[in-house]
Each structure stands twice: as C-alpha cells, then as structure tokens.
Design a protein. Structure first.
Lengths: 451, 451
C-alpha cells in the first residue's frame, strides 16, 4: 500500500514511523477503541487526494480524513490499519470575492484565518465554533459545526454554497452553486455537510460571507442560579429579539474560568448570560434585552470594547482545559427552547443523584447545551461507571424532551451508542443505503457517524 | 389498481372520471409532454398516503404527489398512467409552539395561512414565494421554494427542521429534529427538500419560525434604465446593508402592472428597485440605502403603510397573468451578484437579437432573476422556435457567468434539458444512485428533477 501511495505523493509526506502514526491516531473526543493508522499522508493538493482514494479503493483500505483533529466526538480517530489523510496542508484561501460575497477555500484553512481575510471587505464567515482559532473549515463542514453566532446566522450548512468532493473511487465532483440560491438536482452539498468523512473527501469549499456588523453591544447578565438564567433566555425570546450571541455559563464554569484567567466572574453571580446584539439595531435590541433580563431578576451590565471581547474569549475557552477521556466528557445535546429551564434543572439533579461533578455552558439561543460531567481520577472504574450513567441519563432526558444527542459536534465514534435512541431502524437503514451508494467498498471513515 | 386503492381510501376521494383526471393533469409550468393520470387520490391522512404508496409499490405504478399545482417547472405534471396523489386536503396546522418558535403542519397548508397563525405570537414563517397565498408548504418543500424575503432570511431549507416522509414502499419515517441545531446522522431533511417528490412523499413538516420584525421601512427607487437599477443592488451590497426584500422590476413589467392595476409606476422611471428593511435597525438601514441609491442616480421615495404593501403585492403579482405555455415562458436563473448588471444587459441583448419580447423581475438581493420571454401567438412555430432559442441562450449565458439554471422553481420536467449543461455526468450519476437507493422501482415522480 505504501508503495502505491508513493507513486503519487512525495515520500516526505507519506509517514509510516511510529511517532507520526501515534500523533495522528486520535482527535480530542473520548476514545473508546484505540487504533493505529498504517500510514499518514499529508496531502497538498486535489490530485494527491484523488491518488490516495484510488489506491485505497483498489486495495480496500479504510481512509480517515482529518484537518486539525479538534473533533470532540472521535470522528477523526484512526480505525485499525487505516490511511490517515491529513488535509491540514491544503490551507490556501483561493479567493475572496467581495462583490459576490463568497469565498473559496481549501479544507485545511483555519476558520479564524478566513475571517481575517474577509474582514477588510466588511465581510465575515459567520459560523464560529469555540474552536474557531484552531479548527479547519474542512472539519467544520464534516461535522456541520455550529458556534456562538449560530442563533442569528445559522450553522455551517447555512453558509456553504458549493463543495469539491473526491468520492470513494477517486472521482472529483463539484456540488452546489456559487449563487445564493440554487435548486438544480438533489442537495448533495447538504448531504456531504455533517457526513463526517463517510461519503467523500471535501477538497474545496465555497462559502457565503455575511456582513460584518456595523455595531455590536455586549451585555453580561448575572443570575442567582442556573434555572433563573435559563428563564432569562426565554424572556429574551418572548420579547422577540434575536441576539447574535446568547451564551449561558453556570457557576462551576465561572469558578474554573476565574481560577484559570484570574477573573472575578463568580463574585457577580452564580450563572451568567452573555448576550451580544449586532447590526444597525444593536443598541435598540440591547436596551430591550437589558430591560427584560432585569425584570426577571438579573444584574445586567453593558460590557465595553476590550472587556466584552475578553468575556467572549473566556467563553470560547470554557471547554479548553484538555482532551476528553474516561474521567471527563463534555456533552452536546440540544433541546427545544421551552425546555431549557427544565433541562438545566434536570442536569443538576442527575449530577446530584449519581454523584458526579457538573459544569455547563450552552449556546442557549439554540437550546444547545454542553454539560461537562467529570469524576475524580483516583476513583477508577467506580467513577467512570457513574460518569457513564450520568451521560446516558442526560442524553435520555434530552431525547425525552424532544431533543437530539448532538447539536453540533457530530456522532463520530463516541455517540454511535446513542444514535439508535434517537433514530428509528428505518432511518438508520436509509442512511446505510446512501452510504452504500456513495462508498460501496465501505472505505470512507468506517464505523463512524451512522453505523 | 383502483380496487386496491379503494381498500384504503374512501370512494369519494378516488377519482377516475375524465374531468377530474384532466384537471389534475398539469401544474402551471410549461407542458412539453401532455399526459393523463389513471386516477386521482385526495388523501386526508398519513395512513391513506401509506396505503397509496403500498399499492403503487406493489403494482409498479408511478405516483405524482401535488399540493395546489402551482409549480412553474412541471414538477407536478402527470406522467402517463400515474396516480396523482393530492395532499391539498391534508391542510391542518397541527401546532404552533410560540416558546419553541416552531410549528408543525401538514403538507397541504397554504404558506400564507401558516403566517396568519404565527403572527399573533409575534412570529412568521420566513420563506415567502410570490405564490404564498396559493401554494402549499408541501410544494414549497418539494421545490425548496425561495421568495422575496430570502435574501435576509434564507430559503425553505433554512426554515425546515424536520419532516415526516412516506417512502416509496409505504414506510413512514421521521427526519431531522425539533431543535434549532442537530447533526445526528446524514441531513436527510435537506435531501428531501427540493427533491420534487422523487425520493418520498412529505406528509408532515416542522418549521422554525422567525420573529416578526418590530418595524419595516419600504423604499421605491426608480432608475432611468435596467442596468442602473442592477448597479443599485451592488451599491447596497457594497454598503453592507442586508435588506429583507430587494426586488428589481424592469420597465416592461411596470407597464404591465400599470395596465392591470391602474397604477402609474412607469411614469416614475424605467426600472424599479423595491427595498424593504426590517427589524430594530430598519430606519437606520433604510437611511443608508436611500443615500447610496441616490448617489447612483435613483429617485428614491419612502413608501408608507398601505402604499408600501400595495407595491409589494404588485410585485408578487408581477408574474400572475396566467400559465406558461409554448408562447410565453418565465425563467428562473440565478447569477453571482457581481454579474447582475452584465446579465441584465445580456438579457436585453438576447431579446433584441432574437426578436422576442422580454420583461424581468428579480429577487435581486439573491441574484435570482425571472425574465419572461414571449412571442405573439399568431406567429406559430416560427415564434416558438425564436422563443426557445432565447430561453436556451439566456440559460447558457447565466451558466457561463457561474450561475444556475434554477434559483428556486425546481427542475421539474421543463428544465431537464438544461440540467446536463450545469451538472457533470458524475454528479448526475450520483443522484441516480441516491434515487435508486430510495426508490428502487422508480415509481416516485419518474422523469422529473434529475433524470
């Protein structure tokens, strides 16, 4: 296999040494089935990706594509004997077209770098996962990544217009349209987005850019407890104001941030709603938000310039204390907005009942919650079994409220066990038929996302 | 077959008489291959739809689903010997959930009726095809319908969260999620949206509602000619203001509206940009729009209340003078925004060169143009051959500029001839494989959308 790969990719970018294989073996998600890749290929262009897929297809070898490996669900974990196809070197911004309000990028471009390139034109790429400074657009596409600004601006799928995709047999296709609208044929673009590398390898991405807001206003609303803050989210909704950012942080998260960054958030309350309005109506919207949040008992302060930016950066770093493992898992459920208060209370109950620690951040405007459960490492198996019981219960309760097992991280490898709790056998079967139509030999990221 | 159908659907709703079959034989699109259905079934619930599909699947009979038959591409035209499965009687709004900001509807609900139900809660269903008063949400989903407000609020796909779908063999599945975000498994919801009844029959639709704007401002900007108005669209974009509505109407359209509705638009200029801003920033945005449009030579007037509504109603009726046929066809291309000025000029050139009449309306904010070409009926074949040459040329030029053959109407039956101009054989083949995976017997709206 290595010989076949070398016939189309430079030797210095076909890595078989133990160190390389080890360092590309996993992403940031919990790891249930450790595996080693046979080889790591650092592709630099579309031809090389096609070459890798042709080899893999001929030889029946599994291929796991990855960007920077920031997945939180194990979507980029190696499978035994696979080719890791790293796209991190395909990191060129091909073009930014200010009049068309689109950009064309390679999959290895970092999310934040595209925003840096778009900003001088008064444009932005809206979906901003908390990992925006380290995650690639290819990875964002693979998981249909969300982020902070999604409540107003939508998720990755809503910003992607067209894709270049290398199929399982090496065929290169182009899906979608550069125009904002287009309905010719099936929506293959949407089908590839979120398919976690199981249907094809995305090698080019055309995105729609949105307008950089002319103005933003940031409010920090502190509440005496978590359910009160969750109720604040509903109060903003009832006022029919759509913030660009509406993040909820619980007291444990504030304590961790204060310890890590020497801030003093915990002194101001036991739960924080971080609200940003933007655009021409930013000030008027912020005024309404302030009024309704005060009416439900919040202490609301307008944050200016650097301070506001710092608060948002803190939020983006709220999960940033390492890789998930057996003793700590960050979850990613979503529930209908009306259930936020109830679900927040349920999370606290679950943690209490099962004796695990909990902290919570949430893209509250979307009803997308990231509870992190953890147990002391020295408890060993006793701790991890309580941890997993809490995770299972939190997912079960979310589904019972009409929620989903994953709002934005993807199923990957780790959440496969929960997929049949959400989807019927008929739906799972239909997805397998699609997979079979795209990848009859089953070489694209097998055992992930759907099966 | 009729006997089989009667075993699960009331006799009064299984129509075999000539009149009924005739009146359900076509939609509002151009008709290239007239055909008669064998039978028309007026389904009233999901069980009946499942029964129809089970019968059709067993007997290998084609099924063409339809709502109100307002398609402009022939997606709902009968195919020979088919069952027409009308969903117009499945028109209940199951629920509007104001706190969750979602609604659940049957496919036969009229778009405007959902908006009437949502408005008391301060909510709206954003996608508003010009046919919103007569077209069904099932039809909107089938074609991924666009509309006037899409520049800001997105198309149908961006507002649909979940679907209930009856598959070719009668199996009922549920796709998607009630939550705003959700990435479990493949995006089957997006795959069904825009598939024009070729992958399954949509029997339930869960939509996300958006906030009714607190304020709107409407501007009418008149220009001396069409290219100047198209340049106005780019000027608004360059100012990075996102109107909710940004419609372009040419002089011939104004003349037709004036004749039909006794208005006097044509006296004010030879091209009109109709701009509506909305939300908390509506006034500030309108002020910027007014300034930039005046700077490029427009006469801009703010329209108040009833007048503004009348102008928008006129625009929605701009195509409303009958069904397309051999002598008149309305097109639906989209081009990248930067090409609007050039493409508008090209359309005028094509009409001139080929001796056909032209009028143009456009969802200009999206680069989605609806030129209507027509020739005098008494010219017979000579006229229609010039008409078709103009249509072909207008599509070819749009594609050459990076555009698409259909921005929002769908491929249906009429635009199949142009699909290979836009999509590669590999993409068309991939879509056929998807179709095969969903509908192995090929009974769902055969010969439409992709093949």
């Amino acid at each position: 296999m290595v010989e076949a790969l070398l016939s189309g990719v430079g030797a210095s970018r076909v890595l078989t040494d133990r160190n390389s294989r080890g360092s590309y073996a996993r992403d940031q998600g919990p790891l249930t089935e450790p595996a080693e890749p046979a080889v790591v290929v650092l592709a630099e262009n579309v031809d090389e990706v096609q070459h890798v897929m042709r080899c893999a297809h001929r030889l029946g070898v599994p291929v796991v594509a990855r960007g920077r490996g920031t997945s939180l669900s194990g979507g980029a974990h190696a499978v035994p004997g696979c080719i890791i196809l790293s796209l991190e070197r395909m990191n060129r911004i091909i073009e930014v077209r200010p009049q068309d309000e689109v950009a064309v990028v390679e999959p290895g471009v970092i999310n934040a770098d595209l925003n840096l390139a778009a900003a001088p034109h008064g444009l932005m790429y809206a979906p901003d996962p908390a990992s925006h400074a380290i995650s690639t657009l290819g990875g964002n596409v693979a998981t249909n990544a969300g982020g902070l600004r999604c409540a107003k601006y939508g998720v990755t799928r809503d910003s992607v217009l067209a894709l270049d995709v290398v199929l399982a047999d090496g065929t290169l296709i182009h899906t979608g349209h550069v125009t904002f609208k287009g309905v010719a044929g099936y929506d293959l673009t949407a089908l590839f987005i979120g398919s976690e590398g199981t249907l094809g390898i995305v090698v080019g991405i055309t995105v729609r850019l949105k307008y950089l807001p002319v103005e933003t206003r940031t409010l920090a609303a502190f509440f005496p407890d978590l359910p009160a803050a969750a109720a604040g989210v509903l109060a903003i909704g009832a006022a029919r104001v759509q913030p660009a950012i509406l993040e909820l942080l619980d007291g444990n998260t504030l304590a961790i941030l204060d310890a890590a960054f020497d801030s003093h958030l915990g002194e101001r309350g036991d739960a924080l709603l971080l609200v940003q309005t933007d655009g021409f109506g930013a000030a008027a919207e912020a005024a309404v938000v302030q009024e309704v949040l005060r009416a439900v008992g919040a202490t609301v302060e307008a944050e200016e310039g650097a301070e506001a930016g710092m608060l948002l950066d803190l939020r983006r770093n709220a999960r940033g204390d390492g890789v998930d493992d057996d003793f700590r898992v960050g979850e990613d459920v979503a529930v209908p907005r009306s259930q936020l208060v109830h679900y927040a209370a349920e999370l606290e109950r679950i943690a209490r009942d099962l004796g695990v620690r909990l902290r919570l951040v949430a893209h509250a405007g979307d009803g997308n919650l990231h509870p992190t459960f953890w147990v002391p490492r020295d408890e060993g198996v006793a701790g991890t079994s309580r941890l997993h019981a809490a995770l299972d219960e939190s997912v079960k309760v979310a589904l019972g409220l009409g929620g989903t097992i994953t709002g934005e991280h993807g199923v990957g490898q780790y959440k496969l066990k929960w997929l049949p709790w959400e989807q019927s056998p008929d739906v799972i079967d239909l997805q397998r038929r699609i997979k079979e139509a795209f990848d009859p030999r089953g070489i694209l990221n097998p055992g992930k996302a759907i099966s």
